[in-house]
Design a protein around this ligand. Structure first.
Ligand SMILES: *[C@@H]1O[C@H](CO)[C@@H](O)[C@H](O)[C@H]1NC(C)=O
Ligand SMILES: *[C@@H]1O[C@H](CO)[C@@H](O)[C@H](O)[C@H]1NC(C)=O
Ligand SMILES: *[C@@H]1O[C@H](CO)[C@@H](O)[C@H](O)[C@H]1NC(C)=O
Ligand SMILES: *[C@@H]1O[C@H](CO)[C@@H](O)[C@H](O)[C@H]1NC(C)=O
Ligand SMILES: *[C@@H]1O[C@H](CO)[C@@H](O)[C@H](O)[C@H]1NC(C)=O
Ligand SMILES: *[C@@H]1O[C@H](CO)[C@@H](O)[C@H](O)[C@H]1NC(C)=O
Ligand SMILES: *[C@@H]1O[C@H](CO)[C@@H](O)[C@H](O)[C@H]1NC(C)=O
Ligand SMILES: *[C@@H]1O[C@H](CO)[C@@H](O)[C@H](O)[C@H]1NC(C)=O
Ligand SMILES: *[C@@H]1O[C@H](CO)[C@@H](O)[C@H](O)[C@H]1NC(C)=O
Ligand SMILES: *[C@@H]1O[C@H](CO)[C@@H](O)[C@H](O)[C@H]1NC(C)=O
Ligand SMILES: *[C@@H]1O[C@H](CO)[C@@H](O)[C@H](O)[C@H]1NC(C)=O
Ligand SMILES: *[C@@H]1O[C@H](CO)[C@@H](O)[C@H](O)[C@H]1NC(C)=O
Length: 637
């Protein structure tokens, strides 16, 4: 074996590394959980994973973003205007679209969220109308570029001048659109009206994941499922916090029928529909078998205002009411509300996060002195088993059994790699989740961390992805302290993004999702969960970083490795105590050209190689790893 390496290194520069893995005595008996962080950032909920296809479906507005007609346009010369009728559709949706015309086939058209991906499938739709009309509405999908009608359905009017009436339909196009440049329209015969009709909550859904009404985009859910995630942190992020009073993300305005969902200005420059609400998040968790990590509002708005301690009680009550809504029996007030909306069975919440990044923006001192602890005490007095997490690791709260914290890190590749041992030295008595991390900028000669004033990468880059793997492997070694990790942000709507890099990129075209380099890294590490870390003889790191462990679910030994900044190919010689000669292992190696994210076609650049390796007479698995590679060796035993 040795002589082989020496012989080889005479020809090619090779670094040899021996790793001897013991079979007991690691740090943790529960491995690092890989999860998902989500908030509706730049159209990643509305216009993203939330499958609604109609943009501005209910003319929701606020002081921050007043209601607009855009992107609706008139068909057949009708006059469009916004109206707040004395008899609105609902308190939550006071504004409707008045369509005025006294003759001809007229109506309204919508371009969707940068187009529609139209297939020959069933689309469920509905709209509300007020105003007398004896006739039929024609709902159509057509291609904007060719004017070709892709599908149409006539819906007999039930509309009267006295009240709002809901019309539901199923539209099944008989032609699949050649591109996403399609238009949705509703038309009617104006001569059978009294001169105008009012429309509101005009909705169209494609088939959704698990066929859930008001559900999620199938392609994006499948992409997430591919990561085998264990938890979902929601509903934010900055979007939870809000910018200024009175706007923060209020859970009670995101439940029930869509006509009772208020809009919310959010923090990413558009009005949220709240169609993706609390119950939808919980279904999302159910569908992907993820543990909810529920963030509650913590009395702080991003632009500065802080709720004083003596005025915090209503917001604490609000968080407790939300937990009762989710977990309470149907005998409780909010549990009964849940049941009345069609969900008698409660969900379970094990993790609550109080706020988001409360160390930033001037929220720190109040968070440290009272906000966190008041929320935590109130939640734990009613739910002692919930792990209540601080939204930052900057402060030293009481180190109790049910105290946790959320650590975020955005930095450069070298800096991440320099932090491989960071969690070894972590002496905090909290269960820590890495709720957000990403390599966001290239290395700089002088080293150092992120510069928020400088440009960030538009997409994850392979060197950054390998550095993230080094950081995660450091966390896996310390899974007794670090229980979970989630890349952030998860989604990038290619038609409207500001925060980069992101994990998964998409547009209206569901066949053109791009899974980033970091996606492939997480997919590999997450698919091979360590249940128990295992000790290694005289570990030596740099340029090879690794963690060993055992998986109780697959009954296998695992070695996860990342090679960063090696000038040589690394020749690995790995033994697992108790695994003898002839045993077979599967080695999966990810590699990619340095400094790239996607290729010109916008598709994946990561190469995955599966190699079967066999233990030699000494029980040793010998294999080579190139620089900038990420790998997992899995050996049954
Ligand atoms: C995305 O976010 C940026 C920054 O907040 C904002 O300027 C931009 O308008 C947003 N795009 C959309 C479509 O909301
Ligand atoms: C549709 O095509 C028109 C004309 O080329 C263009 O202005 C518009 O942006 C396109 N819309 C989409 C969603 O591609
Ligand atoms: C589609 O219809 C519009 C409006 O009637 C017209 O201006 C345009 O030329 C038509 N395009 C094609 C390709 O027929
Ligand atoms: C729908 O109604 C329009 C207008 O009356 C009519 O021209 C069309 O043939 C109808 N379409 C279907 C599919 O019934
Ligand atoms: C129009 O208004 C008149 C008077 O209010 C009413 O009698 C009639 O039914 C309305 N509807 C239509 C479709 O004309
Ligand atoms: C569409 O409607 C059908 C029939 O009402 C229903 O079974 C299905 O769940 C709906 N799908 C969605 C995505 O709303
Ligand atoms: C939701 O709860 C908040 C906080 O208790 C309250 O201010 C708000 O009015 C509620 N919204 C509705 C629609 O009841
Ligand atoms: C990687 O190599 C470069 C060039 O030798 C060096 O500047 C940098 O510090 C190295 N990074 C790490 C994390 O070792
Ligand atoms: C961890 O502590 C050791 C021993 O004090 C030190 O050598 C190492 O640099 C520390 N690692 C980090 C990332 O702080
Ligand atoms: C356990 O953690 C310590 C630091 O806390 C680290 O030095 C050691 O390598 C870890 N053990 C394993 C098996 O990962
Ligand atoms: C970034 O810009 C802000 C405002 O211009 C400035 O206060 C801050 O010092 C800058 N930070 C860095 C790291 O340059
Ligand atoms: C590698 O093996 C895994 C596990 O068997 C499999 O899921 C994956 O598709 C394989 N990939 C390639 C590129 O062969």
């Amino acid at each position: 074996m040795r002589s082989f390496i020496v012989g080889l290194s005479a020809l090619v520069a090779v670094k040899a590394l021996d790793v001897k893995v013991g079979n007991a005595g690691g740090n943790s008996t529960s491995g690092l959980q890989y999860g998902v962080m989500f908030e509706d950032i730049n159209q990643s909920g509305d216009g993203g994973i939330y499958a609604e296809l109609i943009r501005n479906r209910a003319f929701q507005g606020s002081k921050v973003h007043p209601s607009v007609i855009d992107p609706w346009t008139a068909v057949g010369g009708a006059q469009l205007s916004l109206q707040t009728l004395s008899q609105p559709l609902s308190v939550a949706l006071p504004t409707s679209l008045k369509v005025a015309a006294s003759s001809g086939r007229v109506g309204i058209a919508n371009p969707g969220y940068w187009g529609f991906d139209i297939k020959m499938k069933s689309y469920n739709g509905s709209f509300w109308v007020k105003g007398a009309y004896n006739g039929a509405f024609t709902v159509s999908l057509s291609n904007y570029l060719s004017n070709q009608t892709l599908g149409t359905v006539n819906v007999t009017s039930k509309s009267t001048g006295n009240d709002w009436t809901e019309h539901s339909y199923i539209l099944t196009p008989n032609i699949a659109a050649p591109n996403v440049n399609n238009t949705f329209s509703i038309t009617y015969d104006a001569s059978s009206t009294n001169g105008s009709l009012n429309f509101n909550l005009i909705s169209l859904f494609p088939p959704t994941y698990n066929n859930r009404p008001n559900g999620m985009r199938i392609d994006l859910m499948e992409a997430l499922a591919g990561l085998h995630p264990s938890f979902l942190r929601f509903p934010g992020g900055n979007n939870l916090e809000g910018d200024d009073p009175p706007y923060y993300l209020k859970w009670n305005e995101t439940i029930g029928p869509l006509k009772d969902r208020y809009g919310y200005p959010g923090t990413w420059s558009y009005e949220n529909t709240n169609g993706l609400g609390l119950v939808e998040y919980l279904h999302w968790c159910d569908d992907l078998n993820m543990e909810p990590v529920l963030a509650v509002w913590a009395g702080f708005y991003l632009n500065g205002p802080v709720i004083p301690a003596d005025q915090l009680q209503p917001y604490i009550d609000d968080a407790l009411n939300e937990l009762e809504f989710i977990m309470g029996s149907t005998e409780t007030k909010y549990g009964a509300l849940r049941a009345s909306l069609g969900y008698p069975d409660p969900w379970t919440i094990k993790y609550v996060e109080v706020g988001n990044e409360d160390n930033l923006g001037g929220g720190g001192s109040s968070y440290e002195s009272y906000r966190f602890q008041i929320f935590k005490d109130a939640i734990n007095s009613k739910y002692p088993d919930i792990l209540v997490m601080a939204s930052t690791a900057d402060y030293n709260f009481a180190e109790t059994e049910n105290a946790g914290e959320d650590y975020h890190e955005y930095t450069r590749p070298d800096y991440f790699v320099g932090q491989f041992g960071f969690f070894d030295n972590f002496t905090r008595g909290f269960k820590t989740m890495i709720g957000e991390y990403a390599a966001v900028q290239p290395n700089i000669p002088q080293g150092g961390g992120v510069d928020w004033n400088a440009t960030r990468w538009a997409f994850p880059m392979w060197i950054g992805t390998v550095a993230e793997a080094v950081f995660l492997i450091g966390a896996e070694r310390n899974a007794d302290k670090i229980f979970g990790a989630a890349y952030a942000p998860t989604f990038q709507n290619l038609n409207s993004y500001q925060w980069t890099p992101d994990l998964i990129s998409y547009s209206a075209d569901t066949s053109s999702d791009v899974l980033s380099t970091s996606y492939h890294m997480i997919q590999l590490l997450s698919a091979h969960r360590i249940s128990q870390t295992l000790p290694m003889s005289t570990p030596e790191f740099d340029p090879v970083y690794y963690v060993a462990g055992y998986s109780n679910s697959s009954n296998s030994y695992l070695l996860k490795t990342a090679v960063y900044n090696s000038t040589e190919t690394v020749h690995m010689s790995v033994t697992f105590e108790g695994v003898s000669d002839g045993a077979e292992g599967l080695l999966t190696i990810l590699s990619a050209p340095n400094g790239v994210s996607y290729n010109d076609a916008g598709s994946n650049v990561v190469t995955t190689r599966n190699i079967t390796v066999t233990a030699d007479s000494g029980g040793c698995f010998a294999f080579e790893l190139p620089d900038l590679s990420i790998s997992v060796l899995e050996v049954n035993g």
